[in-house]
Every structure is written in C-alpha cells, then in structure tokens.
Design a protein around this ligand. Structure first.
Ligand code: AMP
Length: 421
C-alpha cells in the first residue's frame, strides 16, 4: 500500500465493480437521449455566489457542505455541490432559451462534492446523472421526467423503489403558508438551531427526522390546505398523467427537499433496501431559479439521480446486470516468435471489434492460462513453435475445454463466426 489513501468520504471505482457504474450511467441517460435531451457538460467548479443564490444561503448544502475556496487571483469559487444551478447558468450564458425552442432539454453526468458526514451511501464525492427541462410550464414535462427516471430504474431491474410526490406551491400561495407554519412552529419547544431554521426555512423543520420534533409537529398547518387553485390544478394534472402512464407514486405532503429553489412539483425516488440514506434520486420544478441568478423568468423542472446509491440499490436487491464480457478472446503465445505473430492476430481481432487481450510479460503457459481464465474470455488462442511451423494456431473453447487447430490466415474469420453463434 502507498502512503496515500483516498480522502475521507471518498472511494475509488475499481474493476469489476466500476463496470456497474458505467452501466447505471448508461441506463439512466438512455431514456433521456431518446426523449430530446441534449448532453451538457459544465465545469466542476463555479463562482460560489451562483450556489449561494441558486441553491440557497439557508440550506445545509451551501452553509455547511460546500468546498469553497479562493483562487490565487482572488476569485471565490466552489466545487459544485449539485448540477441544476450550473446547467441553468450555462444555458443562460449560451442564450439557449432565446433560440425559440422551449423547453431547452439537457442532461448531464458528473461528479459532485459535499462536505457531509460520511456514512454508508453518503459520500463527499459522488456521482449523479441529471436532466433539466428549461423554459416551459407544462405538467406533462414534470410527468415526462418522472416517467423517464422510473423507466431508467426499471430497465436496471430495480423493483423496491417508491416515488414520493408533493407540491410546494408557488410564489402566490407558498408565502401565505410559510407565515402560517412559522406561527405554529414558534410556539413549540425546540432547540436553538431549529428555532433559527424556523426563521430562514420553516418548511425544512417538517423534514426533521427526530421523534421528539415529529411528535410536536402533529397538527401543523399543511401546505396542501394552502395551495392556490392554479397550483392545485397543476398538481392534479401531473398526478393524472403519471397514473395514465402506469407509474405508481405516493403523495407525501412532508416532502420538502434540501434545496431552496423548488416550487410546485417535487419528488423523490426512495429505495427501501438502503437504510437511512434511502433517496436514490430527486428533483422538482424550479420556476424562480432563473430570476434568482439574474436571468429572465424561465419556469423549469429537473431531477438528479445518484449513481452511487443506484449501484447500492442494485446490490441490495441482488441484481446482477448483464454486463458484456470485457474480453472475448485471450491470446497466449509460447516463445518469442509466437509472441510477434499472436500480437499481430490480437491487433487484427481488435480492429474487427472483437474484445481481445494478450498474455503480456512473457509468463509461462500455466500463468498465462490462469490470466485467460480470469479474463472471462470464451476462447483462448495458443501458439508455440510447432504450431507456427505448421502454420496453425490452437483455438481453445474455454467452456468445453475442446481445442482445435486453425490455419493462421483463418483465425480471425473463424473466431468471428464462432463468437457470433
Ligand atoms: P440532491 O441533489 O440532494 O437532491 O440529491 C440527488 C441524489 O444525489 C440523491 O438522491 C442521492 O442519490 C445523490 N446524493 C446526494 N448527496 C449524496 C452524497 N453525499 N453521497 C452520495 N449520493 C448523494
């Protein structure tokens, strides 16, 4: 082991498990690519102010968990703790919203950083695939995103997840509710920190997991009773579209989520096999965010699904993904001459698109065959001096053990035909 280890709260993705991460990213992005979402990539860091204004000064993400730093040039930056603010910033900067083609639909995949207390399923560096639909207020768009996430999880084989759905109201009805809730909360017996939260972000108090707090919350005013008619109708439409699509969900009036920018639709995907960090993904509508970061009014909706927790969910359900074998053919040369010849064959096979590997390092037959076995290859090709003198290569079927000699000039063709059958 070297003197260095991965920093606290982080881990490395290492084969073979790393293949699952690639497969999860692919499974989540496939339905998006198929539904008009274009790929966007933004920097791993942004001006710290973008997150302060976009995600919200009062959130844990900004106030406690951000990796913020000042550059030598005096610019205040932060490693991105989430994707939405950056994607919206980039879309506005490139004037995508002015191309007359709303909504602008974008998807992304990348690393995110939060200085959280590490535990199972909660890391300081994690990976998300996300989608944003910018510049349209249409319940079908909210429904589309939820349906696509559901599709992604189902394609992966996940079954033990649930969709929680709520509406947070809009700038008309939410402030009225906020006042009512604050009035109720101020009368409770709560600690200093929570009292402060009542003043900055009272909805988050509803989310408090502590039993003694939850007990006092019985009888708290519920947002549902304060939603304006427009918000109610919008929410009802989202619910109906999901039901019509056969996507089951649970109404969860307490679903607030940890980011300030959400309005109307909010949702979370939770997995029941993950313990306390059960949210595998979440999102919602953020109609005010563009204006909060200095842009025009652009009602939008999006989600981010956590890749790390999706992999944990697969493992919790015991799902083995059908990953394509990384190696189909493994070449084992015996002697210098065979090395050169078989290396040529390997190059040719790879150019034909056949996944091939080679016994490097001049190891003996036994060691090389061990590597061939470990590689998972269906066929091994072996050649020694006598084979070369006869102009043949041995092809060994690794499953049956059966071996046959094939003319050197025909090896590629023979393997291609055997592998396609
Ligand atoms: P959020 O941006 O907080 O709504 O998170 C969206 C998804 O990202 C969550 O549902 C998780 O799957 C994942 N996620 C968020 N924070 C972490 C973390 N610290 N470690 C691992 N995954 C995370």
């Amino acid at each position: 082991m070297s003197t260095f280890q991965a920093p606290k709260g982080t881990y490395d993705l290492i084969p073979p498990r790393s293949a699952k991460f690639l497969a999860v990213r692919e499974a989540i992005s496939a339905p998006l690519k198929n539904s008009g979402y274009g790929y966007i990539e933004t920097p791993g860091f942004e001006n710290v102010e973008l997150f302060a204004r976009g995600v919200g000064e009062s959130t844990d993400i900004v106030s406690k968990e951000m990796y913020a730093f000042e550059t030598k040039g005096g610019t205040k930056l932060a490693l991105r703790p989430e994707g939405t603010a950056s994607v919206l910033r980039a879309a506005l900067e490139a004037n995508l919203h002015k191309a007359g083609n709303l909504p602008v639909k974008l998807w992304y995949s990348g690393s995110y950083y939060r200085y959280e207390r590490p535990q199972a399923g909660r890391y300081r560096h994690f990976s998300q695939v996300g989608a944003e639909a910018i510049g349209a207020e249409d319940p079908a768009l909210d429904a589309e995103l939820i349906i696509l996430a559901d599709q992604a999880y189902r394609t992966l084989g996940l079954r033990e997840f649930r969709i929680l759905l709520n509406s947070l109201g809009d700038k008309e009805c939410r402030p009225v509710y906020r006042d009512a809730l604050q009035g109720f909360l101020r009368e409770l017996d709560l600690d200093e920190d929570t009292r402060r939260r009542i003043e900055i972000n009272p909805l988050r108090v509803l989310d408090d997991k502590r039993a003694d707090v939850q007990k006092q919350l019985v009888g708290a005013p519920m947002l549902r009773d304060y939603l304006c008619d427009a918000c109610k109708a919008y929410h009802e439409e989202v619910r109906e579209l999901l039901t019509a699509a056969g996507v089951a969900f649970e109404d969860d009036e307490k679903l607030v989520r940890g980011l300030d920018y959400y309005t109307r639709t909010t949702f979370e995907f939770v997995h029941d096999g993950l313990g306390s960090q059960s949210a595998v993904g979440g999102g919602g509508r953020y109609d005010g965010l563009s204006e909060m970061i200095g842009g025009p009014e652009l009602p939008s909706v999006g989600w981010a699904l956590g890749v790390d927790r999706t992999v944990l969910a697969l493992e919790a359900e015991g799902i083995e993904l059908e990953l394509p074998a990384s190696t189909s053919v493994f070449a084992v040369p015996l002697g210098e001459e065979a090395r050169r010849v078989l290396f040529g064959v390997v190059t040719e096979l790879r150019r034909e698109g056949i996944a091939t590997d080679f016994a490097f390092g001049g190891r003996g037959l036994k060691g090389a065959m061990k590597s061939a076995n470990r590689s998972g290859a269906r066929y091994t090709i072996v050649a020694g001096e006598r084979d070369l003198a006869e102009g043949v290569v041995q092809i060994k079927n690794m499953e049956s053990g059966e071996q046959s000699a094939v003319a050197l000039g025909r090896v590629v063709e023979e393997l291609r035909s055997r592998l396609s059958s």
